[in-house]
Design a protein around this ligand. Structure first.
Ligand code: MSP
Length: 524
């Protein structure tokens, strides 16, 4: 086995949230997917036994009502949205997931009932009465702090949810409760002992504040509607949709059915939007503690894509469909843009002008043009054969430094920093072309060996770029790699040792990786 193919035997399990099927995806959902996919591809290409789980959240009142409004049953509605919208999203933005779980899968429903029964048998669940406000958009019971009373507009004078800007409902019903309050201190200890358990820092502080105020027990069943998993000891109740949904992370990898498989993968790194970090960093670890299972490895709350300063959302009619962007710019540019332009963990605003400007400067004129130019020079001056010459140590050193920096950034989930590091190599290679002027060297036969070195160094550097960028832009880098002629697939090269290759080969013509795009005036 070559060094490059060696496996590290480390396992890496990463998840996206599972998406509500009440509506079709927008670019905010696609953003979560591409971030997780890029991290997964990087780890996979670092030789780790990687598993990426994504899927759909199909129970609850929100889905039931949407289906009814469309004149179909909830399962029929979910089937349609999964097949026509959510699975196609994965193709649209080029996600290499290992599994796709639906909360209506039998494997999930059976394991959820088993988990609940275990908690009930162990005394973590009791019967009580819930009275309070409920937001169907969030599928969450609300405190007064989470609500506001608008003074004008359609809902003037009513309590509305701050996230959905829609009225909450008043609920009073007999429910089963999870004794979450038992776990307050254990959770605070967890945040203290494992400071990177919840990230980024802003989300961590908010969560700690929340838990310090004291945890209430959590209502985990509903009896006023029946689109959900039945509570095993009382089928007049269905399981609260978040309790059901969070369990997908363990039911998908075999909890309750294949414990060896479960133990091999668990715990997970959960990447979620910051709006749902609380469910993942408070309720979820408390549920796991109650069941005697290890808590997740990490919970990272990323920022929101904003439109007009507000969270992009279909319910507020600001959603942009991912295909609107990928049809014009392609999936690689979509991935690159959102992951490089936004600091992972902070909010970011999308604009067509910004996307178009960065596409042109960084991809078309930057990375893409560098590849085409260098390949054309090897064809022109060396008949396409990459010279077997010593490489310029300044550039090979930089390849190594950039690789290490990018790898370290990915370990910290700082995807934007990893991309900035890689971009320094693009700039350095462009500068290297300008400084060395291969077209001048080519005119002087006394400079033949210098030209060999310059060309070999450039091809090697671009090969390193192809490897490093492959988790971000899988398609363009595969094309570039094939044109460089080094052989094999770019994904066979270890990304954490991207520079560590013999090089050489015969190049072939490369069509522009990122062709010029004229935006129609009205799409901006
Ligand atoms: N079904 C729950 C998650 C259950 S996980 C056990 C849910 N679904 S969702 O479809 O509403 O949202 C899924 C993810 O998309 C969340 O991480 C959410 O933060 C993210 N986004 C939704 N709108 C977004 C933006 N405008 N910007 C970035 N991410 C956004 O919540």
């Amino acid at each position: 086995m070559s060094d490059q193919a060696e496996s590290t035997n480390k396992s890496f399990y990463i998840t996206t949230p599972i998406f509500y099927v009440n509506d079709v995806p927008h670019i905010g959902h696609a953003y979560t997917e591409v971030a997780v996919d890029t991290l997964a591809r990087w780890h996979r290409q670092s030789g780790e036994d990687t598993w990426l789980l994504t899927g759909t959240d199909e129970h609850g009142q929100k889905i039931e009502r949407t289906a009814a409004a469309n004149g179909v049953g909830p399962k029929e509605w979910a089937d349609k949205l999964v097949e026509e919208a959510w699975k196609p999203l994965l193709k649209t933005v080029d996600i290499a997931n290992d599994d796709f779980i639906r909360t209506t899968d039998e494997r999930h429903e059976v394991a959820v009932a088993k988990f609940l029964q275990q908690l009930y048998d162990d005394g973590h669940i009791y019967e009580g009465v819930y009275e309070g406000y409920y937001c169907v958009g969030c599928e969450e019971y609300k405190q007064l702090d989470d609500l506001e009373i608008p003074t004008d507009g359609e809902f003037a004078g009513q309590y509305v949810c701050k996230i959905h800007s829609r009225p909450v409902e008043i609920l009073a019903e007999k429910n089963y409760f999870f004794r979450m309050s038992d776990f307050g201190q254990a959770l605070l200890n967890l945040y203290e002992e494992q400071p990177d358990f919840v990230q980024p820092e802003s989300v961590r502080n908010e969560i700690i504040q929340f838990v310090k105020q004291g945890l209430e027990d959590l209502s985990i069943s509903r009896s006023s509607f029946d689109w959900g998993i039945k509570v095993p000891w009382d089928p007049s109740h269905v399981v609260y949709v978040w309790f059901d949904a969070l369990l997908n992370y363990v039911t998908a990898i075999g909890w309750g059915s294949d414990n060896d498989a479960f133990r091999r993968r668990w715990p997970a790194v959960h990447i979620v939007g910051k709006d749902i970090a609380r469910f993942h960093a408070v309720i979820w670890p408390a549920m796991l503690m109650a069941a005697g299972l290890p808590v997740p490895a990490r919970v990272f709350g990323h920022g929101w894509l904003l439109v007009g300063g507000e969270k992009m959302s279909k319910s507020k009619l600001t959603g942009i469909a991912p295909e609107q962007i990928t049809d014009v710019f392609g999936s690689d540019a979509f991935r690159y843009y959102f992951l490089s332009a936004i600091t992972f963990g902070q909010d970011g605003s999308f604009s067509w002008e910004d996307l178009s400007a960065r596409y042109q400067a960084e991809l078309a004129n930057g990375f893409g043009n560098l590849g085409s130019r260098v390949i054309a020079m090897v064809q022109k001056y060396r008949d396409g054969r990459v010279p077997d010459a010593p490489l310029d140590p300044a550039i090979t050193e930089l390849e190594k430094t950039v690789t290490d920096a990018a790898h370290a950034s990915i370990g910290k989930l700082a995807i934007h920093d990893a991309i900035s590091s890689i971009a320094t190599l693009v700039d350095a290679l462009n500068l290297y072309v300008t400084v060395n002027q291969p077209w001048v060297l080519a005119k002087d036969s006394a400079q033949a060996s210098r030209l060999d070195t310059v060309l070999a160094t450039l091809v090697h550097g671009i090969g390193t770029l192809a490897v490093l960028f492959s988790p971000v832009m899988p398609k363009a880098t595969a094309t570039l790699w094939a044109a460089l002629g080094e052989g094999g697939a770019v994904t066979d090269v270890r990304v954490d040792r991207a520079w560590d290759r013999p090089g050489g080969g015969t190049v072939s013509t490369l069509e522009p990786l990122f062709p010029r795009i004229e935006l129609e005036p009205n799409s901006a």
